[in-house]
Design a protein around this ligand. Sequence first.
Ligand SMILES: Cc1cc2nc3c(=O)[nH]c(=O)nc-3n(C[C@H](O)[C@H](O)[C@H](O)COP(=O)(O)OP(=O)(O)OC[C@H]3O[C@@H](n4cnc5c(N)ncnc54)[C@H](O)[C@@H]3O)c2cc1C
Length: 375
Amino acid sequence: MIKELAGRIAEERIRPVRAELDEREEFPWEIVKEMARSDLFRVFVPEEYEGLGGGCLELCLVVEELSRVCSAVAITYAASALGAFPLIVSGTEEQKKKHLPAIASGEKLAAFALTEATAGSDAGAIKTTANREKGGYVLNGTKQFITNGGEAELYTVIALTDKERGARGASAFLVEKDTQGFSFGKKERKMGIRASATRELVFHDCLIPEENLIGKEGMGFMITLRVLDNSRPGVAAQALGIAQGALEEATDYARQRVQFEHPIISLQAVQHMLADMAIEVEAARALVYSVAKTIDSGSKSIKEESAMAKVFASDVAMRVTTNAVQVFGGSGYMRDYPIEKMMRDAKITQIYEGTNQVLRNVIASELRKRRAKAE
Ligand SMILES: Cc1cc2nc3c(=O)[nH]c(=O)nc-3n(C[C@H](O)[C@H](O)[C@H](O)COP(=O)(O)OP(=O)(O)OC[C@H]3O[C@@H](n4cnc5c(N)ncnc54)[C@H](O)[C@@H]3O)c2cc1C
């Protein structure tokens, strides 16, 4: 039902406007409102806080269906889930009661802010500080490349409460949009997912109440790692959806494009490209759903699987969209067709929530530990 609902919104509301939104780099507020009215934001919120209590699999199904048509809209949705996850996994009862119902209803979007100009893959190098002062915490620093930046009402921000302790001195905080000392900096102009908002968050002597600390002081990176392990299949689902969409577009084009008096789909060279694309998409789907189900079973050792799903599906999305452009020939290079957008959109899935190089490091390190244990 959830997949069908997301698919219907994607076809009826997103498909007709996706090219325009991309061209204008316009945040898809009307579509976000429609998704909210259709209860899609409730999917990832527990039932106690007015959600539908869906797990990782349900979230992946929604993200896949939306991405099949437009992954900029899908990531706007998924980033709200990412922003809400720290609260869901480590928030107090009061924090959850106060904020999750508004995220579930879609009245408020959330965002997750870790990255800084000098701290990307090396997230432990963050410099934003949160000092205990004036009966709360005072934040100073700048976050970079934050999805839903400027549009979301609620931000989960990772900042240092103890600079001496490095990564162990980081904590997670909830910052509301209209807090004094919190403003938005540069709005990024991107290669793909252009309708999504990516922005700097600037904290200048920004005082937030003590009760906005999520978890305990020093738990910021533990919360981050747990959240990202759980959310990476969502990026994998984004990649899967893009690849599925590109496969559909390429197959339809090949059925109707005539060269040498026959549709190009009758050429074996084209058939084999489409077949290889279909095999890769199906393999990615099997891995993404299987990892999502493992997460939903409550398994704690998901780091490796979650990284594998993201790396595999995003590499598939890049290959499939590149080949889909090839099937379209010169038309694939033109903005008149949706396929060049899909290729641009696919690229980001190899980069965010851990680049594929960094995630390969994670997979290799887990592999090594497991074999050492088995000795
Ligand atoms: C559109 C967009 C949206 C984003 N949204 C968010 C968001 O909502 N919240 C947030 O906190 N962040 C967000 N990010 C940030 C994103 O997670 C980072 O860009 C990503 O983690 C990579 O960091 P970096 O850009 O600093 O690249 P770098 O870390 O500088 O990496 C550059 C290159 O070096 C390689 N590299 C670096 N370290 C290693 C290593 N140890 N081993 C092997 N290779 C390595 C990388 O793989 C990459 O190829 C977003 C980024 C983009 C582009």
